[in-house]
Design a protein. Structure first.
Length: 414
């Protein structure tokens, strides 16, 4: 028996006037997912624990069986683990995004226009952040603040601050503040906030004239003319997946957060060339990686970031396309290949959280999930996969219960 988890990040949503009252899941053409939904159990689950802000960090931790109330110490430490960054006592990690800040005049009056600088990635993303931290005036500020940077091949860099004081610190996720003024969302809450503010202000001045940004503008792309600190936290320790569930697993994702959770839970991380976390990610490569992983492991998780990124970018057609690609290029070929090989399997499909096309923010409401068993159709829903149909099925009140449900071959959830 093989077990597969497929996460379509942020694909759940609320009804939209632009789609005549439908959600993107209801509007998208996803025949294979709907087929599995009709032949399996369709319900809803609260992946975001109450009193926690909605985000992929707490949601995906919960889905993998890690209770945030017991082991959550911030998002950035999870991503740091994916990059092999070890945090010492007293250290704090921050996500340091490349961002695009629009407008002129005072820094505080400018607008947070893109949380990802238009999805900058690869060598451009790495070089622009490395050059910034090597610029003498910025390097001095960073050193005085105890900061060093761990560049990534995407907009998702990690900054580490030695001997950090983050007690009371308030930072805003940039993807939740698009279109808002910088000054309304600056760091606050403790003395360390001023250090972060000065770094962000200085970065904007320096990066406005960076050669890569001039090149991007000439190509019609958004410049990465700023940085944004958020997701602060200290060292994390998560339960070992194989000990908790007696299953050996692997995670396939382009996103450092997912890979970091995998590392900290002792699962294998499989990197796929061309996996970007965007709509153009290497879907075929992820399917191949999952199938290869299942040859020597019990469990494989495939995470697709594109629905979430498209939503944050205000790209509703892109979100719908991402859902349709998840259906046709991930779920269908993966399930069909296992069936052709005569492999019994249980597959769970869900969104980690809602990402709302109306405003681009995350939402902590329950999300729909599918549990499909290739051997039988006990408890088959007979319904397509959607938020509304999920609400009509069984309700799971904690995301930490999903893995036990997936691995319990006798679970029917009726």
């Amino acid at each position: 028996m093989k077990y597969i988890l497929i996460i379509g990040d942020g694909m759940a949503d609320n009804p939209l006037a632009a789609l005549n009252g439908k959600t993107p899941l209801e509007h998208a053409k996803k025949p294979y997912i709907d087929k599995l939904s009709a032949g399996g159990i369709l319900g809803s689950v609260r992946t975001i624990p109450e009193k926690y802000p909605p985000g992929s960090d707490t949601a995906i931790m919960s889905i993998f069986g890690c209770d945030p109330a017991e082991c959550y110490s911030g998002r950035a430490p999870l991503e740091a683990a994916a990059q092999g960054v070890n945090l010492n006592p007293g250290d704090a990690a921050f996500r340091c995004n490349n961002v695009f800040i629009s407008g002129s005049g005072a820094f505080e009056d400018k607008i947070i226009a893109s949380h990802s600088a238009g999805g900058i990635d690869g060598a451009e993303a790495s070089k622009i952040i490395s050059d910034l931290f090597d610029t003498p005036e910025f390097k001095k500020l960073a050193k005085n603040g105890g900061f060093e940077i761990k560049p990534a091949l995407s907009f998702r860099h990690i900054a580490v601050q030695r001997n950090a004081d983050i007690n009371g610190l308030v930072l805003s996720p940039p993807h939740d503040r698009l279109g808002e003024k910088v000054g309304e969302n600056m760091p606050s809450g403790c003395a360390n906030a001023q250090i972060l503010t000065e770094l962000m202000r200085s970065a904007n001045v320096i990066l406005e004239n960076h050669p890569i940004n001039k090149k991007r503008i000439s190509e019609g792309k958004l410049p990465a003319n700023g940085i944004w600190f958020w997701a602060e936290g200290t060292a994390a320790k998560l339960p070992v997946f194989s000990e908790k569930f007696e299953k050996k697993g692997a995670v396939i994702s382009a996103v450092p957060l997912c890979r970091g959770i995998a590392v900290l839970t002792g699962m294998d991380v499989i990197l796929v060339e061309g996996a970007t976390g965007e709509l153009d990610t290497n879907y075929d490569g992820k399917v191949t990686a999952a199938l290869d992983a299942l040859k020597t492991r019990d469990f494989a998780a495939v995470h697709i970031e594109a629905p979430d990124e498209c939503t944050h970018n205000g790209d509703l057609p892109g979100k719908i396309e991402a859902i349709e690609r998840l259906d046709g290029r991930v779920v269908a070929p993966l399930a069909e290949r296992l069936k052709q090989e005569g492999e019994d399997f249980r597959m769970m499909i869900l969104s980690d959280h809602k990402t709302l096309s109306d405003g681009g923010m995350h939402n902590g409401d329950p999300v729909p999930f599918i549990l499909y068993d290739s051997r039988n159709s006990n408890g088959a829903s007979g319904k397509a996969y959607s938020e509304k149909n999920g609400e009509a099925g069984p309700f799971v009140n904690k995301g930490t219960l999903l893995m036990p449900i997936l691995f319990d071959n006798d679970a029917t959830l009726r």
